[in-house]
Design a protein around this ligand. Structure first.
Ligand code: LRH
Ligand code: MN
Ligand code: MN
Length: 431
């Protein structure tokens, strides 16, 4: 029996209040879709199956390198974080797994973390290593790099940390390790560009060799800049793909949407990685300038749709051996993280639903006869469809809230936890 942190009676009352309106809207959508030859119920089943993991660090208030303004009732440890993640799942029903980050989350025994997750109805997604910060008492510093460091001893320390993350992941029932590498240089000449990459690949090979079995995945993130401002070791999908291909079958690329220059065509990168058989996963978020980590779909929902359009197309063509893992990776600096994460999971499902609505036969026919206007309009027609009732009905049917943020506000959850969790101070950056 899952322990619900929000009284199910509150959710039921909220759904009763909004139920009639939803029923009418859902029926109208079903009628409109059926005129287009689409079965709303079949679509609902597909949409309900889409799951997005939540990062443990996402439920804390984020920050910039200038300041952090923590809200009331911030989670103080991994158990508090799990509770907030459970609320997101209870109301939104799209986020059944949590992704942990070490050492941020290694303050407790993994067995008790797993047990608490089970009580709350949560599983565990990819674990994340951290060699971009030095932890207190750490023998060697990562100031000049970690997996690509010039000193073999530092590399060995960073490899050992990643291997430790894998065993923590095993204890949690996770099946993937994600590595985001901050290594790079701030000055031309500071680092040998080719050799740094070779050292990185060699280190990742050692980590892949430590994966427990064939089902495990090693997901490599790339990022165009920051914290290194002259050159980053794994700066783009090209370097990431080279690394994944050099390392082995279980190593794949992870596309964090925020890790690209503003005008980059991300859906094209997605198509290329699928073609190479190396698309392992996503960190969903949105951005206007750089790695802004804004809520998924909040700046450019059309781009999110185009990314999902590639995924649905690849799935329908049977173009991959397994679907990429989806996770949110955002920094909530000015919103309640629980609200942002619920809205972002909804944005992912919305983009997925819209992508499922694309008339692919018509699109292929337009492409074949170079009917550019109608090809573009075929995509836009799917994108313009308001699937809000479908997303709400999918939640309602399995006990979630028709309007997750509305129900959350009525529940007073934040106020309740603020009364027992210590108020966090504003110092420090991310969780
Ligand atoms: C840094 C970053 C990256 C990781 C996360 C832990 O850019 O946001 O995306 O996934 O830190
Ligand atoms: Mn990321
Ligand atoms: Mn990032």
């Amino acid at each position: 029996m899952t322990e619900h942190l929000i009284d199910p009676g509150i959710v039921e009352a909220h759904n009763r209040r909004n139920g009639d309106e939803l029923a009418q809207d859902y029926e109208a959508l079903a009628r409109a879709l059926s005129r287009r030859g689409l079965d709303c119920e079949a679509l609902l089943a597909r949409v309900s199956a889409l799951e997005v993991a939540v990062p443990s660090w996402g439920v804390g208030t984020g920050g910039t390198r200038f300041a952090r303004f923590p809200g009331p009732g911030e989670p103080a440890d991994i158990f508090d974080k799990l509770e907030d993640c459970a609320v997101i799942q209870q109301l939104g029903r799209a986020t059944p797994r949590v992704s942990l980050h070490f050492p941020w989350d290694d303050t407790a025994e993994m067995a008790s973390v797993k047990a608490r997750g089970e009580e709350l109805g949560l599983g565990f997604d990819a674990v994340n290593s951290n060699t971009f910060q030095d932890r207190p008492g750490q023998k060697l510093s990562y100031k000049f790099g970690s997996l690509s460091h010039v000193d073999a001893e530092v590399r060995a320390q960073a490899i050992a940390h990643n291997v430790d993350c894998i065993s923590r992941g095993q204890a949690l029932g996770a099946r993937a390790l994600t590595i985001w590498l901050a290594d790079g240089s701030n000055f031309a000449g500071q680092s040998h560009l080719a050799q740094a990459f070779e050292r990185y690949v060699e280190s990742v090979r050692a980590i892949e060799a430590a994966l427990p079995d064939e089902s495990w995945r090693l997901l490599l993130e790339y990022k165009n800049f920051e914290p290194a401002f002259y050159a980053t070791v794994v700066q783009d999908w090209g370097s990431c793909l080279l690394a994944a291909q050099a390392v082995g079958r279980r190593t794949r690329c992870l596309v964090d949407l925020g890790h690209h220059a503003p005008s980059t065509n991300i859906e094209l990168i997605v198509a290329r990685l699928i073609a190479a058989g190396k698309l392992g996963g996503f960190h969903l978020n949105d951005s206007r300038f750089g790695d802004d980590d804004l809520d998924a779909g909040s700046v450019d929902p059309f781009r999110l749709f185009l990314v999902f359009n590639e995924l649905v197309d690849a799935e329908q063509r049977g173009a991959w051996d397994e679907a990429p893992a989806l996770m949110l990776d955002q920094s909530h600096n000015v919103t309640d993280p629980i609200e942002s994460l619920m809205l972002s999971a909804d944005a992912a499902r919305r983009a997925h639903a819209q992508a499922l609505l694309v008339d692919r036969e018509q699109l292929a026919a337009c492409q074949a006869r170079n009917d550019v206007a109608m090809a573009a309009e075929t995509l836009r027609r799917a994108y313009r469809t308001d699937v809000t009732p479908l997303l709400a009905e999918a939640r309602r049917r399995i006990g979630g809230a028709i309007d997750p943020v509305g129900a959350y506000r009525v529940s007073n959850y934040r106020k309740t936890v603020a009364a027992r969790r210590p108020q966090a101070t504003g110092s420090g950056g991310i969780v």
